[in-house]
Design a binder for this molecule. Structure first.
Ligand SMILES: Cc1cc2nc3c(=O)[nH]c(=O)nc-3n(C[C@H](O)[C@H](O)[C@H](O)COP(=O)(O)OP(=O)(O)OC[C@H]3O[C@@H](n4cnc5c(N)ncnc54)[C@H](O)[C@@H]3O)c2cc1C
Length: 503
């Protein structure tokens, strides 16, 4: 790891408890953020209220963009060891269609992996990079001033950091204390989900499930081990309770929906979720930021929440690190909200649409039938899968200048988008991004990163599988510049990576 070149805010003479960043919550978002900050030598403390990791399985898995992030940081092999590759299809409102043609990714699959494993691997990675994680520490309050944030734990202990990030989930204490509005819709439905033993032959279960799913798309019993099933059953009414349901609650709702409780017993874990849909009005107030479920909640349709949070962290990490290291251009940190708020808005909207498509009412069922037909058009199918897997995201970086030696018309369309894991002369592009630095990939072999070489790597490669002369990639893998002109590149390096060391 490089030693820091800049320290805009020197750490000498401050409270010995001072950290650069305190992260509240060691869920997937908090752990990912901690690791991204550590890539830049930022002193990170993660405070987690739970003494032990929780064991709810929850997620379907990692979608394409999240898998790409793991590849970009050299973590993919660990995840592959614990997960199972499944086709990248059938996520949108659970409409069953084949994988669309032409998904532009070297990792075009769903990685089925339980949430506790994702959390463990990300926490382990953050700790390996030097993050401190303190469990059994609930944050109860904080105050910010011009120089930093004083954080108060439930026991009264105080800690201080330059920045605080609330990754503390849907009921975020940080968001509430910050007074940031969380507008949206309350839950209208409630669903029970858990894993438990089932004492009925498999064929009997399959027949019953098929019959009920004719009209009720939410209900399911899927094998999750020998004699164990993942049970998802809707509930009449909304309790809005935070505590897990009991096995008796499951029996009652299974009876109400299926006319039998399938003899369920011996639960591994039980949980409930609603379809509340809310988005924080702001992601930043001064030195305090929000990420993950603390900033947005929506129903789990399409399996996007964890993926969205991890991607928030990936967007925020290098920007906050740049701010602390002292090289961030003035508006860099604010691009976090500018880029990620619209992405969350879009996810909220697609989950609203999916919930309508899962309704048992005749109108939405007719719309579902129509959309099912439309998804036979490969472009429609691909559009929806690219949305759910977050490979369609394009940040607004303004107009692309047409390079002097444009190789194809496809170039400017790349601006603001993520670059897939293309072949380069040293292997794969993502293998060059493990350290979380910028990268200039130059087919012309004429350019240089000059005074930005402490923050940005350079690869001259006339054989790179690119249709444009050269690109500048941000540490999150999004294309920040396309061209062949050194002055234009320098301007863009300054825009994203601050002043050159040569100035
Ligand atoms: C039934 C269900 C199914 C889902 N399926 C999927 C899926 O298939 N795919 C997907 O991508 N997402 C899915 N999700 C969503 C996903 O689980 C969440 O989006 C994800 O957990 C959010 O991660 P996070 O780190 O932002 O928040 P959380 O996972 O909620 O983590 C927040 C952490 O902060 C801690 N904390 C809270 N308050 C404090 C405090 N005051 N002080 C210290 N620590 C605190 C908590 O203990 C927790 O560890 C599903 C959710 C549910 C409920």
């Amino acid at each position: 790891m490089d030693s820091p070149q800049f320290t805009a805010e020197p750490s000498s003479g401050v409270d010995p408890l001072m950290f650069d960043v305190i992260i509240v919550g060691c869920g997937p978002t908090g752990a990912m953020l901690a690791a991204e900050l550590r890539l830049h030598d930022v002193r990170v403390l993660v405070l987690e209220k739970e003494t032990e990791p929780v064991s709810f399985v929850r997620i379907v898995g990692l979608h394409i963009r999240s898998i790409e992030l793991m590849a970009m940081r050299g973590l993919l092999d660990r995840f592959l060891e614990h997960g199972r590759k499944r086709p990248a299809a059938g996520f949108f409102a659970a409409i069953d269609k084949p994988v669309p043609k032409g998904l532009d990714s070297a990792h075009a699959y769903l990685l089925g992996i339980p949430q506790p494993v994702v959390e463990h691997l990300l926490e382990e990675h953050a700790i390996e990079l030097g993050a401190q994680v303190r469990r059994g520490c609930a944050v109860a309050g904080f105050e910010q001033d011009d120089d930093g944030v004083t954080v108060e734990l439930a026991g009264g202990k105080r800690l201080r950091a330059r920045y605080l990030v609330g990754c503390d989930g849907a009921r975020s204490t940080v968001r509430k204390l910050l007074g940031v509005g969380f507008p949206g819709e309350p839950s209208r439905t409630e669903t029970l989900m858990g894993e438990m033993a089932v004492d009925v032959p498999q064929e009997e279960i399959a027949a019953k499930v098929t019959e009920i799913q004719e009209t009720n798309k939410v209900f399911s019993l899927r094998p999750a081990g020998v004699g164990v099933y993942r049970v998802v059953v809707p509930v009449a009414g909304v309790s809005d309770r935070a505590e897990p349901p009991t096995i008796e609650d499951f029996k009652q709702q299974l009876h109400a929906t299926a006319g039998t409780d399938f003899g369920v017993h011996s639960p591994r874990w039980l949980s409930r979720f609603g379809d509340a849909t809310r988005l924080a009005e702001r992601y930043r107030v001064g030195r305090v930021l929000l990420a993950g479920d603390a900033a947005h909640i929506h129903p789990p349709t399409g399996g996007q929440g964890l993926n969205l949070g991890v991607q928030d962290a990936f967007n925020l990490g290098w920007k906050l690190a740049a701010q602390i290291r002292g090289w961030a251009p003035e508006t860099l940190l604010d691009t976090y909200q500018a880029e990620r708020h619209p992405v969350a808005e879009d996810v909220l909207d697609n989950t609203r649409a999916q919930m309508e498509l899962l309704s048992t009412e005749p109108g939405p069922r007719a719309v579902r039938r129509l959309l099912t037909e439309l998804m036979d058009f490969d472009e429609v199918n691909r559009y929806l899968i690219e949305k759910i897997t977050a490979i369609d995201i394009r940040y607004d970086f303004g107009e692309a200048r047409e390079p002097n030696n444009q190789h194809s018309g496809a170039g400017p369309d790349l601006l603001g988008r993520r670059l897939p894991d293309i072949d380069v002369k040293r292997g794969h592009l993502y293998g060059l991004l493990h350290r979380g630095r910028g990268l200039v990939l130059d087919r012309t072999e004429r350019l240089t990163v000059g005074g930005w070489s402490d923050r940005v790597d350079y690869l001259a490669d006339p054989t790179a599988a690119l249709d444009v002369p050269a690109i500048l990639l941000r540490p999150d893998g999004h294309v920040a510049w396309i061209g062949d002109d050194q002055q234009d590149l320098d301007d863009h390096l300054a825009r994203w990576f601050g002043s050159s060391l040569n100035r």
